[in-house]
Write a protein that binds this ligand. Structure first.
Ligand code: G3P
Length: 215
């Protein structure tokens, strides 16, 4: 039951679609522009840097908010499995972001929300992901490639850092955490399937910050 509550709290938080709201303020639907994705990269591409930063912050913070709510309301009762419940809250948030019911289930790809999760979950994993993301970004400029590589790194890092009950949970809850994180990683790849096809064909859009954006 507590897992469902965390998923529900997360889902409700995930419904706050920052890039869609910014699009509406521009009197348009972001999903009709660029890659058609309601997310940070497409907000940057469609509305510019300010919109990209706001979307990253909004989508990241909604996941942090979901985790904080879970910690505040369930922390005392379920302190022994709090890392796992935080992950369920993040999973709910990513589902709400990717599949918002009021937008006919057409949302984003869940990367910024996942950044929020990693930030709230383990700063060491956040640092690892940030290094991988930016190293790849400044060499390839493919945000999708950076996002998916960082996701895989986060999955691997959770497995490595969670060994021996390092997150304070027993073996079965630790294994459950690995499975849920694996499912989220698979979901991220599924949501990026069009990007993966474009990467394979060499037609994926590159993102440049600074002067090259104006091309
Ligand atoms: O976070 C989404 C990013 O990885 C790719 O976005 O708009 O290029 O499909 P987009």
């Amino acid at each position: 039951m507590e897992r469902l509550i965390c998923l529900a709290i997360g889902y409700v938080c995930g419904l706050f679609q920052t890039s869609y709201i910014i699009g509406r303020l521009h009197k348009t639907d972001i999903r009709e522009h660029g890659s058609g994705n309601a997310g940070t990269t497409n907000a940057l591409r469609t509305f510019g840097k300010k919109a990209g930063i706001l979307t990253l912050l909004g989508d990241c913070l909604k996941c942090v908010a979901a985790i904080v709510l879970v910690r505040v309301f369930l922390g005392k009762t379920y302190g022994d499995i709090l890392p796992l419940l935080s992950l369920y809250a993040a999973a709910g948030c990513i589902l709400g972001h990717n599949f918002p019911f009021y937008l006919k289930f057409r949302g984003g790809k869940g990367i910024a929300a996942s950044v929020g999760f990693i930030l709230a979950f383990d700063w060491r994993i956040f640092l690892i992901c940030a290094v991988i993301f930016f190293a790849l970004f400044f060499t390839t400029h493919y945000v999708s490639l950076c996002s998916l590589s960082a996701y895989l790194a986060a999955f691997a890092a959770i497995i490595v850092l969670g060994q021996g009950g390092a997150y304070g949970m027993d073996a079965s809850h630790t294994m459950e955490m690995y499975v849920v994180m694996g499912l989220l990683t698979a979901l991220a790849f599924f949501r990026h399937r069009a990007n993966i096809m474009r990467l394979a064909k060499g037609t994926e859009n590159r993102v440049y910050l600074g002067k090259k954006d104006k091309k």
